[in-house]
Design a protein around this ligand. Sequence first.
Ligand code: ATP
Ligand code: MG
Length: 229
Amino acid sequence: MHIGVMGGTFDPIHLGHLRAAEEIYWAFELDRIIFVPAARPPHKEEEFEASALHRYEMVSLATVYTPYFSVSPIELSRPGRSYSVETLREFRKLYGEETTIYFIMGVDAFLDIATWKEARELLSLAQVIVTARPGWRLDGVERSMTPEQWHLLGNPRFKYLKISEITRKTEKAHHESCLVLLVEVVSLDISSSEIRQLVKEGRSIRHLVTDTVAAYIGKNRLYQPGRKG
Ligand code: ATP
Ligand code: MG
């Protein structure tokens, strides 16, 4: 089996997340992609505004029409902070050694990864796919890493891939520990912070999130001034 895992705060999940996942799903011929909302992200303690349960519900609603997308409550049910390395260990146990696990993240998240818990271990537990995101240069990732970051990550190798060039066969040839795939996807210039801001200002978020998520935000009055979900 080949599964993709995409972690995030998803406050709220938007079309940028979904489109990046969609492209990776088809290019790598995955069996499914599992979205994993972080319950208590180590880096974002004060920043997220909707409760973990609301964020989980929104991911569930955003993926309801896509049979190969699902959402896992794994970080919600685990006490303490949400660390991706622990999530990947649990998935590894659940799916066994034969399953290839791809950990999908945007380039902004990857540039931070050296500060994550057991970053080197994380790179060996899953095949990391870094996707493009407007405002960040994929081809600048290697150059922007400091010697300390290289060391913390165990001197990974990077491979730059265009989505149209990827097939399961060509990609298989690159399977190795500590290889990071930089993948140029069609990336949408959308962020959750921008969506929260739009809601605060009473402006439309239609076509930035799925209709189901827009309806959920409205119904539960999330992100409105003076309210914490
Ligand atoms: P915020 O503005 O609150 O930080 P966000 O839009 O960055 O929210 P996150 O939940 O922080 O969303 O991101 C989860 C993952 O999805 C990260 O790996 C991030 O890089 C990636 N991602 C977020 N937005 C996009 C996008 N528009 N295109 C591709 N990847 C994205
Ligand atoms: Mg972010």
